[in-house]
Design a protein around this ligand. Structure first.
Ligand SMILES: C[S@@+](CC[C@H](N)C(=O)[O-])C[C@H]1O[C@@H](n2cnc3c(N)ncnc32)[C@H](O)[C@@H]1O
Length: 273
């Protein structure tokens, strides 16, 4: 089966700009069962000292940077997508954040050995084909006593939403891809992380989406999972066919259960060297 999570064409489409990722961050902020956000939960694990150098690998739209700035670190943010870096730079200018950004890949980090106090690779290793190479690079640039933080999802995170996709995509005559980005690198991958960081630990954050109406679930679905079909039409015509089916199915669930609850546990690996 093809793996769209590491397919360069798919990654360019998904992350050309920050719109889809931002929509997902907003959905987590508005429709999560947990009162404490995942980012707030993760901050004490990152916990940089003032002046510490924090490397944010696969920084996306820079969602962590405003919270991190309260610790007064220096942040170097890298991403494969220039569209993401444009947003990161704009945010840093508008909010006067201590962020330097550059386009680079996790497998070849543009930093000297032992330069960083913290290295984060959050919700991104499932996009990297050679994960061991990326982990080794993260270790190379960490100072002795530095800390690596690798956030990702539980293997079954979002499965209930994917199950609706599998059902409606088949109904519409498509071959859905029963894959999840996070299955390529989920909280089940502790052994892989320990190949490079032998004392890595796993920390789990239990959460779920609670969708009271179909609309926010539909917007979230349209930002990613909807494209998990084999031979995705280049004209995007599958979207107009799948969205009403998804909305109808979720509406039925809400009428029956009162809310569309989608478990979405996540967490991180953390290690010091
Ligand atoms: C799901 S987003 C996560 C963004 C951010 N870390 C967060 O948690 O909000 C994944 C990001 O990884 C980037 N990415 C994918 N493959 C990469 C690679 N090999 N090297 C660097 N960045 C990569 C994508 O461009 C995207 O911005």
């Amino acid at each position: 089966m093809s793996n769209s999570a590491t397919d360069p064409g798919y990654l360019r489409y998904q992350y050309a700009d920050a719109d889809k990722l931002r929509l997902r961050h907003q959905t987590h902020a508005l429709y999560s069962e947990q009162a404490t956000s995942f980012l707030d939960w993760l901050m004490p694990t990152i916990d940089p000292q003032p002046g510490a150098l924090v490397l944010d690998v696969g920084c996306g739209s820079g969602a962590y940077h405003p919270l991190l700035a309260k610790y007064n670190p220096r942040i170097v943010a890298i991403d494969a997508s220039q569209g993401m870096l444009d947003v990161v730079q704009q945010q840093a200018q508008q909010q006067t954040l201590p962020v330097q950004s550059m386009r680079a890949f996790a497998e070849a980090l543009p930093l000297r050995d032992a330069a960083c106090d913290r290295v984060m690779g959050n919700h991104m290793l499932y996009h990297v084909a050679d994960q061991l190479a990326a982990l080794r690079e993260m270790r190379r640039v960490l100072k002795p006593s530095g800390r690596v933080i690798l956030a990702t999802n539980a293997a079954d995170s979002g499965q209930r939403l994917i199950d609706v996709h599998l059902e409606i995509a088949r109904t519409a005559g498509y071959t859905p891809l029963d894959e999840r980005f996070d299955r390529g690198f989920s909280l089940n991958h502790l052994d892989l992380v320990r190949e490079v960081f032998p004392n890595a630990e796993r920390r789990i954050y239990h959460d779920a989406f609670l969708f009271p109406t179909p609309e926010p679930a539909l917007a979230y679905y349209a930002s990613g999972v909807i494209d998990m079909i084999a031979e995705r039409p280049a004209d995007g015509s599958h979207r107009a066919r799948l969205m009403p089916l998804f909305e109808k199915r979720v509406q039925e669930i809400i009428e029956r259960e009162g809310v569309f609850r989608v478990p979405k546990s996540s967490g991180c690996f953390v290690a010091e060297i």
